[in-house]
Design a protein around this ligand. Structure first.
Ligand code: NAD
Ligand code: ZN
Length: 341
């Protein structure tokens, strides 16, 4: 089969002919229709320090996908073939305390599809049957291929009560954009989104932001004043990974405000702990998606009118993957999808 492979320990990705993956007794085989490119895939493409520490070439990468279930291992014979599916990219141990209690997103020993196991940038993908999401056929396939990042956005945004609340989202990458639409759908009052990239700020407005601002040009305090917000943001969703953005957030929360932290901060990030302590802030770290409550929630939100369409900006045939990765590097995009048929 054709696959996009990290075949050498250097920058780049190579379109290769590889063996179709083996389907173990606990696995299922998916014929991929669409796969979406994640920031993680860009790290692997660029072969940065993170990628060098996590990827052992050769590796078929990619973990955001939708497709058709075509084969089931011995333990999954009850599943109907031919149905449309997506899937969870974190494989959990199943035995640790949290897994045993049903809190699989808190597993102490996860490994990743397209990282420690061959992934979805291929004509066929084998994953554990327990990681398969049986999709509602009414859901658009581009949206379904983006269920992994939409799940990050859903898990983060729904961590705290949003109804009637004022929300600050730092970072309007694909996940921040999707979170904007979720906050709107879930009944937030003001949603202020910050990013340095004007293309993405325009997208944030299309996703339902009350204000989308470049913090280098406009102070958050000015925006709050214009919106009539006297005391600060009730909920903060950190989705940039930027120390500066995180500190702006910590500094503009209401006393007792809640922050959900998805963005991966640099090693030496400093924050003003006095503000956290004396203002009584709650900071919750978010990893991945809740299995599978997040998947249920995002399906039901999409089926009841959540529209993430404007954040899915580009599509390419898989043979044009270089163009797709170049575009991601430039940042003049939301979600970028590769088509496999
Ligand atoms: P992305 O890199 O596409 O988006 C980040 C955005 O933040 C960019 O548009 C960038 O311009 C913006 N930004 C940079 N500096 C900023 C600043 N000072 N103020 C405001 N915005 C700023 O990333 P993404 O794919 O949307 O993911 C969002 C974040 O979440 C990233 O940090 C990513 O590593 C992280 N992530 C975490 C998980 C998890 O499970 N915890 C999963 C996926 C992604
Ligand atoms: Zn576990």
């Amino acid at each position: 089969m054709k696959a996009l492979v990290k075949s050498k320990p250097q920058e780049g990705l190579w379109l290769c002919d590889v063996d179709q993956p083996v389907v173990g007794s606990d696995d299922v085989l998916v014929k991929i229709e669409k796969s979406a490119i994640c920031g993680t895939d860009l790290h692997i493409y660029n072969w940065d320090e993170w990628a060098q520490n996590h990827i052992q070439p050769p590796r078929v990468i990619g973990h955001e996908f939708c497709g058709t279930l075509i084969e089931c291992g011995e333990n999954w014979k009850q599943l109907k073939r031919g149905i449309t599916v997506s899937g969870e990219g974190h494989v959990v141990c199943g035995r640790c305390r949290n897994c045993m209690a049903g809190r699989r997103h808190l597993c102490r020993d996860t490994y990743g599809v397209g990282i420690e196991r061959d992934g979805a940038f291929a004509e066929y993908l084998s994953i554990p049957g327990s990681n398969l999401w049986l999709a509602d056929p009414a859901i658009d396939k581009n949206v379904l291929a983006s269920f992994d990042p939409l799940g990050n956005a859903t898990h983060t945004a729904l961590s705290f009560d949003l109804l009637g609340e004022d929300v600050l989202i730092t970072g309007a990458g694909p996940i921040g954009l999707m979170a904007t639409a979720i906050c709107r759908h879930a009944g937030a009052r003001h949603i202020v989104v910050s990013d340095l990239n004007p293309y993405r700020l325009t997208l944030a407005r299309k996703m339902g932001a009350t204000r989308a601002i470049n913090p280098q040009d406009i102070q958050l305090t000015d925006v709050m004043e214009k919106l009539g917000m006297a005391e600060g943001f009730d909920v903060g969703l950190e989705m940039s990974g930027s120390e500066q953005a995180f500190n702006q957030m910590v500094g503009s929360m209401i006393h007792g405000g809640k922050i959900a932290l998805l963005g991966i901060q640099g090693e030496d990030t400093k924050i003003d702990w006095d503000k956290v302590v004396f203002n009584g802030l709650t900071i919750k770290g978010i990893y991945g998606r809740e299995m599978y409550e997040t998947w249920y929630k995002m399906s039901s939100m999409v089926l009841s009118g959540l529209d993430i369409g404007p954040s899915l900006t580009h599509q390419f045939h898989y043979t044009e993957f270089k163009k797709a990765f170049d575009l991601m590097r430039e940042g003049l995009c939301g979600k970028v999808i590769l088509n496999w048929d």
